[in-house]
Design a protein around this ligand. Structure first.
Ligand code: SF4
Length: 519
């Protein structure tokens, strides 16, 4: 069941957003097809991975054009814009910022001309951890402050090599998480870091090839799933067909949080359907934390499969107790103070007749700060629930992520300072149970050694730099130390209020910000 508005369930309180994913990427090589429209629909399917900005780059063989802006995919592109983006290959990006602030310059795809006359456009899901080291060797030319712009500049820095040859030099220099799609005038490229932290899959169209962050984005454009891009693999697609090379030794450490929360339920990761994984997590949760109750309800939408699993295993009836107001997504309208105080009520409304007089089990995917769960419990009690038992389909989140997910700061993570009973008291639940890490891992059907679990157990599979300068704004001169990392957007901040070029829809050329072409 796709999330209708692309929002995550933690993101129910407009003033306190939950963990944000670090982008969705999409690429297509398909002569004779409307590649910009295919990319648009691919990004639409990946909107849940990033809602700050969207962009598409196309090439017709003679030049690369990028169109990007702050906002949701459907806000950035309209029919005339897509019609103006003609070509036989395209890449696209839906962005949540991890390195670099939320500005137009940092929206992707990035674009840069090399000295040899080739133009390179690049889109990135993930986060590099050696950005400051790379920045010392190369400077991006377009004013952007993202690790992605640095990589684009590095790829453009080999005038005597083809882009493919340059990529084989550059990719081994990068440390951290990256799933890239990039292109020049003729060729579509895709590459994944040696740990394969973030997903990236390859699909086949009747007359072409597609790469995307999730299999759900292949489904939406009618592409069949071929396989995952392997960790440490670079592929290139052009009129000569598909070529694959290895730039590093694979050491898979896929993100465990993708299964819990980030990926769409209709996506498949390493052959395992995410929906089935979440139902199984719910079953395990019921075995690990049983309770006598009258009704199991999910926090819609991402708590739904685990709630179904909990109900199946416990034989407690499953039903709805909270109705989501699906069309309250990111808005350009600033809520007044009175409306903001409504908080979660803007997004969720209790079904009073279903919860009144009942002992309720509420299943949610994670607890970050605890504000969402606290508000839900209060709302259910006010609606007449006799007891509220919270069950969480992931272990406590205790550590920040440096590989592309923007959690709260470590100090804000409720599980960092309190034990489970302390959290239960803090949110006002009658009982609280988190699925165990072993239970979660076993539901994914992946060996523990092939998963990154760092936000749960603190074991970071990719070494972090000793200077700890890996904050979101590291290239803006305000890198944070580890414990104070992951700065949040201001409460109520919208994509349009970040300054720069807010509200302007813009094309970009390889000349950078000085060469903007307005439609
Ligand atoms: S730290 Fe957590 S969210 Fe980040 S990659 Fe690892 S498992 Fe995923």
């Amino acid at each position: 069941m796709p999330r209708g508005d692309g929002r995550l369930s933690q993101d129910l309180d407009p003033g306190r957003p939950g963990p944000q994913d670090a982008c969705g990427v999409f690429g297509v090589w398909a002569p004779g097809e409307e590649v910009a429209k295919l990319t648009y629909f691919g990004l639409y399917a990946l909107q849940h991975r990033g809602q700050e900005a969207a962009g598409i780059a196309v090439s017709d063989g003679s030049g690369v054009v990028v169109y990007k802006d702050l906002g949701l995919v459907a806000q950035v592109f309209d029919e005339p814009t897509l019609a103006s983006l003609r070509g036989h290959l395209a890449i696209g990006h839906a962005r949540y910022s991890t390195t670099g602030g939320s500005t137009w310059e940092n929206a992707q795809p990035t674009i840069q001309a090399s000295d040899s006359g080739t133009t390179i456009a690049l889109a990135h899901n993930g986060n590099l951890v050696n950005t400051s080291e790379l920045a010392a060797t190369v400077a991006s030319k377009d004013g952007s402050t993202s690790d992605t712009a640095l990589v684009t500049a590095m790829l453009a820095g080999y005038p005597d090599l083809s882009v493919e040859e340059a990529a084989m030099r550059v990719l081994p220099m990068l440390r951290g998480a990256f799933s890239f799609v990039f292109m020049d005038e003729d060729t579509l490229y895709a590459a994944r870091d040696v740990n394969g932290v973030r997903p990236l899959v390859l699909g086949r169209l009747e007359r072409g090839w597609v790469v995307a962050s999730e299999t759900a984005a292949l489904d939406i454009v009618g592409a069949s799933v071929v396989r995952e891009i392997e960790p440490g693999e670079l592929i290139a697609v052009d009129e000569d067909g598909l070529r694959s090379q290895r730039f590093g030794v694979p050491d898979p450490k896929g993100c465990l949080f993708e299964y819990v929360y980030l990926a769409r339920p209709d996506t498949t990761i390493v052959g395992r359907n995410v929906y089935a994984t979440r139902v199984e997590i719910g079953r395990r949760l019921a075995r690990e934390y049983p309770v006598e109750a009258d009704l199991v309800i999910p926090v819609p939408e991402s708590g739904t499969p685990a709630a179904i699993g909990y109900a199946q295993e416990s034989c407690i009836p499953y039903g709805s107790g909270l109705v989501r107001n699906a069309y309250v997504g990111r808005t350009f309208i600033q809520p007044s103070q009175t409306i903001r105080q409504l908080g979660i009520r803007l997004k969720l409304n209790p079904l009073r007749q279903n919860v009144r007089g009942k002992r309720i089990v509420v299943v949610d995917d994670s607890i970050v700060r605890g504000n969402t769960q606290r508000a839900i419990i209060r709302m259910l009690r006010e609606s007449g629930a006799l007891e509220v038992h919270i069950r969480i389909s992931s272990p406590p989140v205790k550590w920040p992520c440096f590989y592309g997910i923007d959690f709260a700061t470590r100090a804000e993570l409720i599980a960092n300072g309190l034990d489970t009973d302390g959290i239960r008291r803090s949110i006002g639940a009658d009982s609280l149970g988190y699925v165990s890490l072993a239970g979660l891992i076993s539901a994914t059907e992946q060996p523990k050694t092939r998963l990154c679990r760092a936000c749960f157990d603190g074991e970071y599979p990719i070494e972090l730099p000793s200077d700890n300068l890996i904050g979101k704004h590291v290239l803006e001169g305000v890198g944070r130390r580890v414990d104070a990392d992951n700065e949040r957007p201001e409460p109520g901040q919208t994509p349009g209020d970040s300054g720069s070029t807010a509200g302007a829809r813009q094309y970009a050329s390889p000349g950078g910000a000085d060469a903007l072409l307005r439609p």
